[in-house]
Ligand binder design. Structure first.
Ligand code: GCO
Ligand code: MN
Ligand code: MN
Length: 388
């Protein structure tokens, strides 16, 4: 046993749809036989995960009869009891069925919107039944191919009304539940509304119960948008809104790849893990990724273990970064502060503004100061490459 062996206390979770992904893609048929939710629970427990999350229809097929649903729930519950795995998060599938081809909460057809709300109310009940404390909303079909079809303002208003409805519902039911909104710029729709975590954070502030709603940022989604994931996570964290996180990896500018965590941009993954560990993020480390299509279920286990090992390795690297004398000396130099400027910072006062306007700064000297970021970055790279 080494430090990199995933264990339940690390709070690693996977969606049923991740390890249960059969490798079907727009060009090809499944390459792995489907496993039941209970079988996937045993697989995840074997890999060292803490928990398993699901969409309503990952657990209960959309057309299951009540007796079929009961039987599935029974065997799933038994697998959870046998393994000790938890269900920290649940969500609704509002993208697969043809009924949602024009969106769910934002669809133009009011019957589709009402059905989407109904499906979500029932899915929330199902998640809570299995102990979920976080409920994720990912609006995979909440968008357009042609903006002739829909008012973007109406779409935002419809989405807001639905979220307000769910908040009141959770309060009414006395559920101990928080909501986490997951942004994605595109795919499966041509363009999705609220396309980044930043958009979501702004949207949340317009809700009736913003305190109940946070975000679920995903590495791949922000990388698809070509932006720095850790910055978005930091912004969410600073706002008290980092309720959940979807870890995976992604080359920018490509289709949604859902790669094993840290397998593409090690440096970005490092800064992310370092951030989560430095701020002592208490939430789940959830993987929303899937194994290559070339794998069988042994490979799926390799994939799951790989996601978690990479996190633990990067966590150790972050500790090394924080203890490295040369890195820390450089950071001290870069952040040197003799306190002489404190008089100008902080809360505004007319006196402060007046004295700042009279202060003298040597612009040329400021511009000449060397900031040794090349050395700092090289040391970071060497640490990641195994030196130091
Ligand atoms: C995707 C999304 C989904 C969501 C999931 C939970 O790109 O398909 O990331 O996997 O995370 O629906 O809400
Ligand atoms: Mn995704
Ligand atoms: Mn996701």
């Amino acid at each position: 046993m080494n430090n990199y062996t995933p264990r339940p206390e690390h709070k690693f979770t996977f969606g049923l749809w991740t390890v249960g992904n059969t490798g079907r893609d727009p060009f090809g048929a499944p390459v792995r036989e489907a496993k039941t939710p209970a079988e996937l629970v045993y697989l995840l427990a074997d890999a060292g995960a803490y928990g398993v999350n699901f969409h309503d229809n990952d657990l209960i097929p959309i057309d299951a009869s009540p007796s079929e649903a009961d039987a599935i729930k029974k065997s799933f519950r038994k697998a959870l009891e046998d393994t000790g795995l938890k269900v920290p998060m649940a969500t609704t599938n509002l993208f697969y069925d043809p009924a949602f081809k024009d969106g769910a909460f934002t669809a133009n057809d009011p019957k589709v919107r009402a059905y989407a709300i109904q499906k979500t109310l029932k899915a929330i009940d199902l998640g809570v039944e299995f102990g979920a404390k976080v409920y994720v909303f990912w609006g995979g079909r909440e968008g357009t191919e042609t903006d002739s079809s829909k008012s973007a303002v109406d779409a935002i208003k419809r989405n807001r009304e639905a979220m307000n409805f769910f908040c009141e519902y959770a309060l009414d039911q006395g559920y101990d539940l928080k909501f986490a909104l997951e942004a994605k710029p595109n795919e499966p729709r041509g363009d999705l509304y609220n396309p980044t975590t930043g958009h979501m954070l702004a949207f949340i502030e317009t809700l009736d119960h913003p305190e109940m709603v946070g975000v679920n940022p995903e590495v791949a989604h922000e990388h698809m948008a070509g932006i720095n994931f850790m910055h978005g996570v930091a912004q969410a964290w600073e706002a008290g809104k980092l309720f959940h996180i979807d870890l995976n990896d992604q080359y920018p500018g490509r289709y949604d790849q859902d790669l094993r965590f840290g397998s593409r941009d090690i440096k970005a993954a490092f800064y992310l893990v370092k951030f989560l560990e430095d701020v002592n993020y208490q939430g789940m480390r959830h993987y929303d990724a899937h194994a290559y299509r070339t794998e069988d279920y042994d490979g799926v286990k390799d994939f799951a273990v790989g996601c978690m090992r990479t996190y633990l390795i990067l966590k150790e690297k972050a500790e090394k970064f924080n203890q490295d004398t040369e890195i820390q000396a450089l950071l001290k130099e870069i952040n040197a502060d003799d306190g002489s400027m404190d008089q100008y910072f902080g809360k505004y006062s007319a006196e402060k503004a007046a004295s700042l306007k009279n202060a003298e700064f040597d612009r040329v000297v400021l511009g000449k100061r060397r900031l040794p970021y090349e050395r700092l970055d090289q040391l970071t790279i060497e640490l990641l490459l195994g030196l130091g």
